[in-house]
Design a protein around this ligand. Structure first.
Ligand code: TMP
Ligand code: ASP
Length: 234
């Protein structure tokens, strides 16, 4: 596949056209941002590592029947993906309290939640991606009732699958954010799944192996991402 015109540049990735109208190339950058880009930096080799980790997770989810935009990894930083119309929604699942949930509800980080918590945020940088609920989504026409049902069904399935996937490599899946799009009328998982978009804590020690090391200046960020990569590719 030939890399064509750049059609979108986000904080961590760039999308390029290909010679097919149905496919795009998703390029993974080393750039890292936090707090709606108030904090900026780079994480050495992050693009390469996240491309590889995302590839592994998408391949795993596909084998379990979850449709994704993933086609194949083209090289270290390029992933061939289906061209979806993305829903402007961040879909978050939490298994353990951390981050913004801990802050908003004053629940200590690490508190296990009695059941997974599903949240939606509206993808709108100018508004700081505010949390919204299903009524907002329907009222604003961001997705239909039927689409929402499918998104929720896949999200809970993905959570169960990923919890097991990470548990098998000694990692607790604390929470994560995913995005969905539509391709030829079908809803499929899009974007990426990586230590940028998940909280991943080493089971034995509770050590953070994700982007919180960057957000909170904990150090050892490259090593943490490499650790996840080496475990998922073992
Ligand atoms: P939060 O606790 O900051 O709301 O984050 C919840 C999860 O979502 C965490 O795994 C990080 C991920 N996330 C993103 O991938 N992108 C974002 O813009 C935000 C705010 C969170
Ligand atoms: N991706 C988000 C941003 O730049 C934040 C995050 O992951 O914490 O701001």
């Amino acid at each position: 596949m030939e890399k064509g015109k750049k059609i979108y540049e986000g904080k961590a990735k760039i999308l390029y056209e290909t010679d097919s109208p149905d496919y795009l190339i998703q390029y993974f950058k080393d750039d890292a941002t936090a707090f709606n880009a108030a904090k900026k930096g780079t994480i050495n080799q992050k693009g390469v590592v996240n491309n590889k980790i995302s590839t592994k997770i998408f391949e795993f989810l596909e084998t379990k029947g979850i449709p994704t935009h993933f086609e194949k990894m083209l090289n270290d930083r390029d992933m061939l993906v289906k061209k979806v119309t993305i829903f402007p929604l961040e879909v978050i699942i939490r298994n353990v309290a951390a981050g913004s949930l801990s802050k908003i509800l004053n629940i200590p980080e690490g508190t296990k939640l009695a059941c997974p918590v599903l949240e939606f945020c509206y993808k709108a940088d100018s508004l700081n991606d505010p949390m919204i609920n299903e009524y907002h989504i329907r009222a604003l026409g961001l997705a239909t009732e039927e689409e929402l049902e499918t998104v929720k069904k896949y999200t809970f399935q993905i959570n169960e699958l990923m919890k097991k996937f990470f548990a098998a490599i000694g990692v607790d899946l604390i929470d994560f954010k995913i995005e969905f799009g539509k391709f030829k009328g079908k809803i499929i998982l899009a974007d990426e799944i990586s230590p940028d978009t998940c909280r991943l804590w080493e089971k034995e020690t509770g050590r953070k192996l994700d982007k919180d090391r960057f957000r909170r200046d904990l150090g050892g960020i490259e090593e943490a991402y490499q650790e996840i990569l080496s475990r998922v590719t073992k």
